[in-house]
Design a protein. Structure first.
Length: 450
């Protein structure tokens, strides 16, 4: 029996980043952070190299070129594309072995059941054959009696009646025919006996296999019981150590401590509302995850791409039902290395869902919100992108996509869901992958505003 062991590893994700020279210019590559030394290579337009890390000053960038680490000025290059991956390897120890034993036991039982049915079917046929043999023997016995009776009649009769001779001849032929049938039935009986013997042998083999499977199952149960006993002993030892610690607070002290904690909690909740955070709000969890995803995107833009955050919507007054016009704008206003301005609306969703019989779809926004972001793009002349994170923790989702607002809206469908009065935009996972701009030259050329 196989006891497989697979070690469960955590989710991992990594990003390979590449840079390329700006248009109509070349980027010199140096061995050191010093532009006075001669360049070892000129990075031409369209030629890209793998990004390693920024210098402490942020003015130089370390890149990998032909298995060498070289430097170049950040003003001469821009991010080219990203290679983003994640994987999961998970397994179980004892449960896989127990499951394997159980499956083998079920398969063996199923085979035994089938062979048992075949044995019973052959046995029934054998019983039917035996019954036919008995009937044939009875008929033979009757014919013999008739033959003997006819012979006696012939002996007592003094006349040579031709009819009696014919009858004797006919009876003799009948006797031969019945004897032949008896021999045929006897041969069938011998064949059936041989098959019965073979079935008995197969039944013995199945019994041995079932015994082995039962023994393996008993051994697996013993291993499981040993693990349970070990855990139980460890827990008992832990409880003994914990019980040795003596706590002797009085009832008065416990009540006083409880009042102080309640007072501090109420104070923190009240102070949190001043900063626009209501810990008791029914949507607090979703608001928190949305803010975590915003921080994830902002960190990626500034730390990884070197962009600057010009504006960040504070979302003040949401929990107090106070309308702030700035909250209606996209979450982030960002500028790239060329000084181009663009806006990003961050949307986090916990998982993909089956919506209107379409698998792996996600509701990313209400229709009036998406149209408002499109109008903002036209009014402010800033391209608007939607950063969509799906599944996994909000501060590091399993899937992150960056999509321009206009093709995102055109590839989405509007639907009113049960219990709601406003339409929402729905988009499938396949279309999200098709619109995802993070795998190409993101923000190197902003989307034209029409």
């Amino acid at each position: 029996m196989i006891f497989s062991v697979f070690i469960l590893t955590a989710d991992r994700a990594y990003v390979d980043k590449y840079v390329t020279a700006k248009r109509k210019s070349t980027a010199p590559l140096y061995l050191k952070v010093n532009s006075t030394d001669p360049a070892t290579h000129q990075l031409k337009n369209g030629e890209n190299v793998k990004y390693q890390y920024l210098s402490t000053s942020g003015n130089w960038m370390y890149v990998k070129f032909k298995e060498k680490i070289l430097t170049t000025k950040t003003t001469g290059v821009y991010p080219s594309y990203f290679h983003y991956k994640s994987y999961i390897i998970a397994s179980g120890k004892l449960y896989l072995a127990l499951l394997t034993c159980f499956i083998l036991f079920v398969i063996t039982s199923f085979k035994f059941s089938i062979r048992k049915k075949v044995f019973l079917r052959v046995k029934r046929r054998l019983d039917d054959t035996l019954s036919e043999v008995k009937q044939a023997k009875q008929q033979l016995h009757n014919h013999k009696q008739r033959l003997n009776q006819s012979t006696d009649n012939l002996l007592h009769a003094k006349s040579s009646n031709r009819a009696l001779v014919d009858e004797k001849s006919q009876l003799s032929n009948d006797n031969k025919r019945i004897q032949k049938a008896f021999n045929t039935v006897n041969d069938s009986l011998k064949i059936a006996a041989a098959k019965n013997k073979k079935l008995i042998s197969i039944n013995g083999q199945l019994s041995e296999e079932i015994g082995i499977a039962k023994q393996q199952l008993i051994e697996a149960k013993m291993v499981k019981q040993q693990l349970i006993n070990k855990l139980k002993n460890e827990l008992d030892e832990f409880y003994k150590k914990e019980s040795a610690i003596k706590y002797e607070p009085t009832l008065h002290e416990m009540k006083a401590s409880e009042k102080r904690l309640i007072s501090q909690l109420d104070k923190q909740v009240a102070e949190g509302k001043i900063f626009g955070v209501d810990f008791k709000h029914k949507h607090y969890e979703s608001i928190l995850k949305g803010r975590q995803f915003e921080i994830y995107i902002a960190t990626w833009l500034t730390k990884e791409l070197g962009f600057e955050i010009e504006e960040w919507t504070p979302d003040k007054g949401v929990d107090q039902d106070i309308t702030v016009k700035q909250n209606l704008n996209p979450d982030l206003i960002v500028s790239n290395h060329s000084g181009d301005m663009f806006a990003i609306e961050c949307k986090y969703r916990g998982k993909f869902s089956v919506i209107e019989d379409v698998s792996e779809s996600v509701r990313w926004s209400y229709m009036y919100q998406g149209c408002r972001y499109r109008d903002f793009q036209k009014e402010k002349n800033h391209p608007v992108y939607v950063a969509l994170g799906v599944a996994g923790p909000a501060d590091k989702p399993d899937m992150v996509a960056m999509m321009p607002i206009k093709p995102l809206i055109s590839n989405s469908s509007g639907t009113i869901f049960p219990g709601e009065t406003k339409k929402q935009f729905v988009i499938t996972k396949q279309k999200i992958k098709a619109l995802d701009e993070m795998k190409s030259t993101l923000f190197s050329q902003c989307e034209p505003v029409l």
